[in-house]
Design a protein around this ligand. Structure first.
Ligand code: AMP
Length: 951
């Protein structure tokens, strides 16, 4: 009578604990009087024998038949899934059975470290669920085909002991248990960004498990790699990365050694590169190349620089003697050794007259600017002795000279300093002139070009220089009876000689006193002060934020009075009013408290309770309203902030913005009255109705929100806290943007967290530029809108799940974006990604979003391609069945009740249903949203699979 013909098809995306044959099953309580579960062999449709456990004591009352497994080890998993396949007999189909016949059975578990319990008391078991059949036999003569196999999956969470026992309790049904599959899910071992993440068992109740990655061979951490293992067994949110060590580069399998002739010096370099000139790497894995013979690399040289050598000698030396100073100059070496850091050092030796014997100069002479490490090819040597021979060796060197064993390139300059002019031999004085005669140097270092006579009045600073080619001069125009000091020196081809000794001479006194003018060359140095004008750019700080805002924001703030831009009205910030009460009077209608009837509390706001109730407006019917009241004991500031929400809301008039009915300010409590939204806030609403809407319905909600936001952005209002929790839903599923209080982002929102800059921001919903530097614009609202889209399509899932705010900020900065939620059309996920563009000008405007969503609604086929229809997302409980007719298909997807609706609407072949729409379904009487969704999603599968339908 019980013929089981569908085998366990073995479809699974995850590990399986012991197979049924290994652990099933022991009959317990064998002493009970009536037959219990029996182990029976039957044939499946391919005539393969298989074992089932059956019980069918429907004729007798008071059944309590237990079947339990052996101990099943949990292997470290905290959450285990149990898939059971069974058939269950419909009581109505059994002639003459009493009313005690059941169509359900119970599944239990008992956690234990003991793997050998032979008896477990009924009361010790924890109930997993009561299992009912989706399908039951109605007829015995099912022929050769069995289609009534039920598959149910249940979870047990937070397991902690070594293992558990499963038990099935029959209370009088007719059941055949075909297979029990116990499995847990893992995130499979994977390698990403050169970090290996181990096989990870998914978490228990907390959805995400944080896993640290280990850098693969020959790589090292650049930033600690981590990922999250989701409850579905998928990896999410990669953060950080490893990089190949020096000497290795990344390829598709990990890190490979650099080939000979190439090298990689730093882990952060991307690739191995060719050795630079004059170097080579004969082995693989080189992190630097070795210099050729005679070439070197200085310690501070980058590894990418060519190897270099010492420079050649300096060339073309020239010397110019000036008294006991010498200027030495030379040309840079012809070969700089391949470097730009050539410097010069000098060594000085003083030599005898015949230059045979030279000794080091000692420290009495000086080099300007310095003796060693000169960067320019010139030096001034001072404090030499006159009439002496010197030999200077100029040495060139560079950054690798010290590494090279070869001697440094040098050039020698021999110089003789000038002689002193001989003492003045003759002198003649008058009252206003002095005549001097002198003898030239005995051994001049070249032909004498001229003599220089310098004189000055004793005790005066200014002196006069006169030049002559002869060795005699009359200096005229002197003051009578005045003492002058004179000195003479010679100039040869090689420069000036040293001055001879000073001669003091006094002019004669005049007979008649007269004043003479003296030509004076003032050679004193005058300090010139460079008076740089101190230019002060005085910056006047503007009192309004407006000056700092970009054009997006500029329009919105601080415009007093109603300003009209062509075609749009501009929102007026209540703070621009000196008297905030005036703003309330301007934008909100005063309501007489006697017209309000408060009925019940529906929520808690920042300033007090939120209630629902009714408002009687003269000449109109009573309407349902929400009433926010300001709790007693408020401060002036609280009253102002509370009412600011009304003065903002009162400026808006749009079907997707919550409508202000009015305020009560003349008596206490102060109240704000808005339209009533029967379904409350959107996030709670979606969680409550998980999976119950069609994609089109969800897109319709999103369209409404986008339209409300377009209106706000057209009015230059930036919301700053757009999130599903701040959207309200009415009974027609119309979504309206709400929450306009001024202080709300700072105080009210439990999601808001303090940022490093001090402000409180709902991180998960907020654009990066708004988090980083408080750049709130309509474009940052668009980012938040993208998050709202994700919340809506995932039915109220928390964005970025349990990740910490810090990790969210980091992940976003690294380019991570939320993946498509389950069953999310590709186009919608793409639109979300567009809203999450890093550059705010790259994000769509709300007007464009509305247009895009309108197009999708008009053309639902564009929503068919799902972003994540991959195998890992498949529900293991939905096997594929082959169907040939519309009726078979409806049966297969458990929508058999609509067979007649379809046939009478003319849908008789499978082809005809391929492009069916929601409105057609509604017309033919399929009005339940859940059923419409089920049918349409199956049609989508039908399109992609031919006649293989996902049930
Ligand atoms: P709020 O202070 O605006 O965040 O309101 C607190 C809670 O009261 C919201 O989360 C809603 O559940 C509820 N609420 C506020 N306004 C309305 C309304 N107009 N209609 C229905 N429920 C509302």
């Amino acid at each position: 009578k019980w013929k089981q013909m569908v085998a366990d098809d073995g479809r699974q995306s995850s590990s399986v604990l012991p197979t049924p044959s290994r652990f099933l099953l022991n009959l317990s309580k064998p002493t009970l009087p009536h037959p219990q579960w029996e182990e029976i062999s039957v044939m499946d449709e391919r005539n393969t024998p298989m074992r089932t456990y059956q019980v069918c004591n429907v004729m007798e009352a008071n059944q309590n038949n237990w079947l339990r497994t052996r101990h099943i080890s949990r292997e470290g998993a905290q959450r285990v899934h149990i898939e059971i396949k069974f058939t269950l007999r419909d009581c109505n189909s059994l002639p003459g059975v009493p009313g005690t016949c059941k169509e359900t059975f119970n599944m239990y578990y008992y956690e234990s470290n003991n793997a050998n319990l032979w008896f477990i008391k009924e009361s010790q078991y924890v109930k997993i669920d009561t299992i009912a059949a989706d399908e039951s036999f109605t007829q015995v003569d099912v022929g050769d085909r069995v289609m009534k196999l039920n598959t149910e999956v249940r979870d047990i969470s937070n397991l902690s002991k070594k293992g558990f026992y499963l038990a099935f309790q029959d209370l009088g049904a007719c059941i055949a248990l075909v297979s029990v599959r116990v499995f847990y899910k893992k995130c499979p071992l994977t390698v990403l960004n050169l970090a290996q993440f181990p096989d990870t068992i998914t978490g228990g109740d907390t959805a995400l498990v944080e896993v640290r990655g280990v850098c693969v061979n020959a790589s090292e951490e650049f930033e600690a790699p981590k990922m999250y293992c989701s409850a579905d067994g998928g990896w999410l949110v990669p953060i950080g990365r490893c990089v190949c060590k020096p000497g290795f580069e990344e390829n598709k399998d990990g890190c490979q050694p650099c080939r000979p002739g190439t090298y990689k010096a730093s882990a952060t370099d991307a690739y191995c590169t060719k050795c630079p000139p004059h170097s080579s790497s004969p082995q693989e894995q080189a992190f630097e190349c070795v210099c050729e013979r005679g070439f070197y690399r200085a310690e501070t040289d980058p590894r990418s620089m060519a190897c270099t050598r010492s420079p050649s000698a300096p060339e073309n030396p020239i010397s110019t003697v000036n008294e006991t100073c010498i200027t030495l100059e030379w040309s840079p070496p012809r070969d700089t050794g391949g470097r730009g850091d050539v410097t010069y050092s000098l060594h000085c030796r003083k030599c005898s007259g015949d230059s045979r014997k030279c000794t080091p100069c000692g420290s009495s002479i000086h080099f300007v600017p310095r003796q060693f490490g000169l960067s320019s090819p010139t030096v001034l040597v001072t404090d030499l002795q006159p009439d002496s021979n010197y030999s200077f060796t100029v040495e060139s060197q560079n950054g690798v000279s010290d590494l090279s064993p070869t001697p440094k390139g040098t050039v020698v300059i021999n110089v003789t300093t000038s002689q002193t002019v001989s003492v003045v031999l003759k002198e003649r004085r008058s009252k206003d002139s002095v005549t001097l005669a002198w003898q030239g140097p005995e051994r001049p270092d070249g032909a004498i070009v001229e003599y220089e006579v310098i004189y000055y009045e004793k005790r005066e600073q200014n002196y006069t220089v006169l030049k002559t080619r002869s060795n005699m001069m009359t200096v005229e125009g002197l003051k009578p009876g005045t003492t002058y000091v004179f000195r003479v020196r010679a100039r040869t081809d090689g420069g000036y000689g040293t001055y001879g000794g000073e001669i003091e001479l006094e002019t004669r006194l005049p007979r008649v006193r007269s004043y003479l003018s003296i030509r004076i060359y003032n050679i004193g140095v005058q300090n010139i002060h460079d008076h740089k004008a101190a230019v002060h750019f005085s910056c006047r700080h503007c009192g309004y934020i407006k000056a700092k805002q970009d054009p997006d924001e500029e329009k919105m703030q601080f415009q007093h009075g109603r300003v009209k831009l062509p075609g749009s009205r501009i929102y007026i910030h209540p703070h621009t009013y000196e008297d905030p009460n005036q703003a309330v009077r301007d934008f909100a209608k005063e309501i007489d408290a006697s017209n309000i009837r408060i009925e019940r509390v529906i929520g808690a706001g920042e300033f007090g309770e939120v209630c629902s109730g009714r408002l009687r407006v003269q000449g109109k019917r009573e309407i349902y309203v929400a009433i926010k009241s300001l709790k007693a004991g408020y401060s002036d500031k609280q009253r102002k902030d509370f009412l600011s929400e009304a003065s903002i809301m009162g400026q808006f008039d749009h079907p997707n913005i919550i409508r202000l009915e009015g305020v009560v300010t003349k008596c206490k409590p102060v109240m704000i009255i808005t339209e009533f939204m029967e379904n409350g806030s959107l996030d709670t609403f979606l969680k409550k109705h998980d999976g119950q809407f069609t994609v089109i319905q969800l897109v319709g909600m999103l369209r409404g929100i986008a339209s409300g936001m377009k209106y706000l952005s057209d009015m230059s209002y930036v919301h700053r806290d757009l999130a599903a929790r701040n959207i309200l839903v009415n009974s027609n599923l119309v979504c309206k943007v709400s929450d306009f209080g001024l202080s709300r982002v700072l105080e009210d929102d439990p999601e808001a967290a303090y940022t490093t800059r001090g402000g409180k921001i709902p991180i998960r919903w907020t654009a990066p530029e708004a988090i980083a530097y408080r750049k709130f614009t309509s474009a940052s609202d668009v980012w938040s809108y993208g998050i709202v889209m994700w919340e809506v399509i995932s039915y109220g899932e928390r964005p970025y799940w349990e990740m910490s705010n810090q990790d969210v900020i980091k992940a976003i900065d690294e380019g991570y974006r939320l993946p498509a939620p389950m069953d999310c059309p590709v186009v919608l996920h793409q639109l979300m990604l567009d809203c999450w563009e890093k550059g705010r000008s790259d994000r769509p405007k709300f007007g464009q979003i509305v247009t895009i969503l309108d197009k999708l609604i008009r053309n639902p086929a564009s929503l068919r391609e799902l972003a994540n229809s991959s195998a890992c997302r498949e529900d293991p409980s939905t096997p594929e069945l082959s169907v040939n007719t519309v009726d078979e298909w409806l049966e297969a997807i458990k929508m058999g009740q609509y067979k007649e609706n379809f046939s009478s609407a003319g849908y008789v072949s499978l082809d005809s249903i391929l492009y069916i729409s929601v409105s057609e379904l509604a017309k033919m009487g399929v009005t339940l949203a859940g059923h419409q969704k089920k049918i349409l999603s199956s049609v989508e599968n039908l399109q992609s699979q031919g006649t293989h339908v996902q049930v």
